[in-house]
Design a protein around this ligand. Structure first.
Ligand SMILES: *[C@@H]1O[C@H](CO)[C@@H](O)[C@H](O)[C@H]1NC(C)=O
Ligand SMILES: *[C@@H]1O[C@H](CO)[C@@H](O)[C@H](O)[C@H]1NC(C)=O
Ligand SMILES: *[C@@H]1O[C@H](CO)[C@@H](O)[C@H](O)[C@H]1NC(C)=O
Length: 216
């Protein structure tokens, strides 16, 4: 699966307009009871619909169920929640790949392609554990000490490589259709995680804490 290039600006414009209409309609119907910091963060990271792969609703529904989100002291916690949600998803996808491998014993090409996916996704779970750790212990640099903010984003970028690798390997195999939604979901999780990290890094201290959030 290759990254879809916009066919024309006009066409993608129409898609965006349709997308925005849908999002607005959904927001009006099912108002999520999300806390201030979640809404604030999701509004920010999904505001540039040309530049993100996920919707505002996807952001809220990822962060909302985790009780760390409502009590988040800064945007870092929200990024952690997104990374952990992605890890759960990667674990589930690894299990699905395992099942597909078991069902594809006679199809050598599919089995081989899925073997790469198993490496990609189980590796992704380990990578996300490392990312979690880096984000958790991240301190804003004093001088040249400690990791740079880009290490945070770079860690998530490694998972994008894994997603693309599995997609490429299975492109011509019979099983690619069975993993299409998984590629898409993981891409959205990766993009959401990076976007929240970027928000954390670029927000002035105390990085979300200073928000004027009405308490209910
Ligand atoms: C969050 O929920 C879990 C159970 O799902 C509970 O064990 C934990 O204490 C809760 N944490 C907070 C901060 O409420
Ligand atoms: C999210 O995905 C879009 C489209 O692929 C990309 O242009 C953007 O850089 C990504 N954002 C982050 C923070 O990685
Ligand atoms: C998102 O947050 C960043 C960092 O705090 C800020 O510079 C930017 O203006 C915000 N964008 C929107 C659309 O709220």
């Amino acid at each position: 699966m290759k990254t879809v290039q916009p066919i024309s600006l006009a066409f993608s414009g129409i898609v965006i307009i349709l997308l925005c209409t849908t999002i607005t309609a959904q927001a009006a119907d099912t108002k999520p009871v999300a806390s201030g910091i979640i809404l604030e963060a999701c509004k920010n990271v999904s505001s540039d619909s040309f530049k993100v792969r996920f919707t505002h609703d996807f952001c809220v529904s990822t962060l909302q169920p985790d009780n760390r989100s409502a009590d988040a002291k800064d945007y870092r916690i929200l990024a952690l929640v997104a990374v952990d949600a992605m890890k759960s998803q990667a674990t589930a996808v690894t299990a699905k790949v395992e099942k597909l491998i078991q069902g594809a014993t006679k199809d050598k090409i599919a089995t081989r392609a899925l073997g790469f996916c198993r490496v990609d996704y189980s590796g992704m779970v380990s990578t996300l554990e490392i990312c979690h750790d880096i984000i958790q212990s991240f301190e804003i640099r004093k001088g040249n000490e400690g990791p740079t903010p880009f290490l945070l984003i770079g860690c998530i970028e490694k998972t994008t490589k894994a997603i693309n690798d599995c997609a490429d390997k299975t492109e011509f195999a019979s099983i690619s259709v069975g993993l299409m939604k998984e590629y898409e979901d993981l891409s959205m999780f990766a993009n959401l995680s990076s976007s929240l990290l970027l928000l954390f890094i670029t927000s002035p201290p105390p990085r979300g804490l200073g928000l004027d959030i009405p308490s209910d």
